[in-house]
Structure formats: structure tokens, C-alpha cells
Write a protein that binds this ligand. Structure first.
Ligand SMILES: [Fe+2]
Ligand SMILES: [Fe+2]
Length: 218
């Protein structure tokens, strides 16, 4: 690998320092607030051109998909580990995420700006609004009460890293997630041991190693 390619590769490494991150609960709430605002902005465009409403919808749909996946990757495994009623809450949330994914597919199957499209967007808004309200009352509230600042910031760093890695929907798996399998996968002792022994946050030190390897052409 030439030095220029190595430099390009090195510059793509995401540098995340957990100590400077907001906590995961705040990041999730921020996303929820953004979703409410984006759906409200769409309401203002009821009589706008299809290209306008389509352009507003596309990034919102992508963010909704990514948000659900980020929560399943970063937040819910820790809820399962730290909160007594975590299994019930997580099962419910994964089912809700699948309903949101289904609602997004229905929007994608219609023409932007058509009556069917607006109806499907309204249904997606309803599914998402219901889920966010329940998530804020249940899992997020419970996590604030049971998890300390250190883990919440570490998870915040991982949440940011996940979003950077899958920005724009890049390599994001949007298939439904089986809630039973999800619980099983994340509650087995083996899964817990694996996740605790494998660092999933790419901190500054790791990034430095990546950069040196890239520069050396490895
Ligand atoms: Fe969620
Ligand atoms: Fe959420």
C-alpha cells in the first residue's frame, strides 16, 4: 500500500474517547426529539412537491432504521444485564422496532406525496411515537436508575461509533430481529463473557495503533 492510500485509510478511523461522550440515555433522547421534530416538519409540507417531501423523508427513514439497530447493538444488551425486568422490556422493544421497520417498508413501497404515501408516513409516525413514549417511560428510566455514569458514557461512545460506522445506512442490516433469539443470544453466559473480553469501543489508543499499521502498509 502506498503512503497516500495509507493516509486516506488512517483518516477514516473513528476516534472516540469515552470520557468526553454524553451518556447513552441522553443520546437516545436527543434522537427521539429529532424524530418528533422531523415528523412535525413533514406535516408542514403536506402540499409540497413529491420531490420535496421525498427528500425530507429519506434521511428520517434512514435515521429511524439506524437508531433501532444502534439501540439493539449497544443499549439493550446492557439493559438485559443490569435491570431486573430487562427481558420483558427488551422483548417488547425489539417487537416495536420490527413494527417500525415494517412501517418504513410500507412507506418505501408507495410514491412520495401520494395519499398512500402520506397514510404510510402517518402510520410510521404513530408506531414510532408509541414506541418512543414507552421506551422513555420504561427502559430508559430504568437504566438511569440502575446504571452509573461511567457505563452510560462508555455506551454513549459506542452509540456514536455505531452511528458513524453506519452513517447514511451504510452496511446496516434492516431485517427484522427475532425477539426470542435476541434475548437468548444476549443472556447466555457465553455471550456476556465474549462481550466483556472483547473491547467494542475504539478508543484513542486503538486508533493510534490502527493509524501506525495503516501507515506501515499492513
Ligand atoms: Fe427503540
Ligand atoms: Fe429509541
Amino acid at each position: 500500500m502506498g503512503s497516500r492510500e495509507a493516509t486516506v485509510l488512517a483518516s477514516t478511523v473513528v476516534r472516540v474517547s469515552p470520557s468526553s461522550m454524553p451518556d447513552i440515555c441522553d443520546l437516545i433522547l436527543d434522537d427521539h426529539e429529532l424524530f418528533r421534530r422531523r415528523f412535525a416538519e413533514l406535516d408542514d409540507e403536506l402540499h409540497s412537491e413529491p420531490s420535496v417531501v421525498g427528500a425530507l423523508w429519506q434521511p428520517l427513514a434512514e435515521h429511524l432504521e439506524r437508531h433501532a439497530s444502534a439501540e439493539e447493538e449497544v443499549f439493550y444488551p446492557q439493559l438485559l444485564e443490569r435491570v431486573d425486568d430487562g427481558e420483558h422490556e427488551t422483548h417488547h422493544a425489539v417487537r416495536d422496532h420490527n413494527k417500525i421497520r415494517d412501517a418504513l417498508r410500507k412507506v418505501a413501497a408507495t410514491e412520495p406525496g401520494s395519499d398512500a404515501w402520506w397514510e404510510a408516513v402517518g402510520a410510521a409516525n404513530e408506531e414510532n411515537s408509541d414506541h418512543m413514549a414507552e421506551e422513555e417511560r420504561g427502559p430508559l428510566s430504568a437504566f438511569r436508575r440502575h446504571a452509573g455514569q461511567e457505563i452510560r458514557k462508555e455506551l454513549g461512545a459506542r452509540f456514536v461509533a455505531f452511528n458513524a460506522e453506519h452513517a447514511g445506512g451504510r452496511e446496516l442490516d434492516t431485517d427484522d430481529v427475532d425477539p426470542d433469539e435476541y434475548i437468548e443470544d444476549h443472556t447466555s453466559a457465553q455471550a456476556r463473557a465474549a462481550s466483556s473480553s472483547t473491547p467494542r469501543v475504539r478508543g484513542d489508543e486503538e486508533s493510534e495503533v490502527d493509524m501506525k499499521r495503516a501507515q506501515a502498509g499492513e
